[in-house]
Design a protein around this ligand. Sequence first.
Ligand code: ADE
Length: 244
Amino acid sequence: MQINPEGNPKRRRCMLGIIGAMEEEVASFKEKMEIQEVRTIAGMEFCRGICENQPVIIVRSGIGKVNAAVCTQILCDVFQAEVIINTGVAGSLKNAINIGDIVLSVDALQHDMDATGFGYEPGVIPRMETSVFKADDALVDLAERVCREVNPDIQVFRGRVVSGDQFVSDHVVKERLIRLFGGYCTEMEGASIAQAAWLNGIPFIVIRAISDKADGSAEMDYSEFEMKAIEHTVRLVTGMLRNM
Ligand code: ADE
């Protein structure tokens, strides 16, 4: 995908699908957009319209990899999305990444894919060309630059997002994700969105604000810091739209 860092007004505007994991986050985007159409498919409400002068579809996928993958496929098939942005919160897998900071996906994989009984490494999807889905470099560059501008008070990291149908709140599980996969953060949708985008040949980025440390304190921290984390991602994604 071509993204002009100066923001080229003559560039063809492409249809962006924005998937938020939670209602609170989707609600903030909806407030900022001019909604032209609302369609419910597979129980998900897809809002098509304009946000920061960009054509967008914003949708809450629901939690977990199946919801997120179905949602991504609908964005591709029904709405002809050409770029997918996934935002939400995540648990940190690195000491240096604090609550409120942002992780931008370099790539994403599913930590709960397990065909080790067949001799595959953990996380490897049998009979697929790849199990590590690479995000679009131009989107990651843009997100990093915009994040430093609009969220100067927090840190932004580029790293691997590891996803699974599991809320990680145990340090043993956390250590395994670090040791086996080198994850920067863990959540429950990103890699399935990445895989669906890859299967459809469209660029994607996963943008996650840290709500907890994915250990014994995760449940309490999550409730306390979720809204603050969401503020950072909403500010970042709207900033990206302005710069596309
Ligand atoms: N989303 C936010 N925090 C998370 C965690 N600790 N595990 C999985 N998903 C999350």
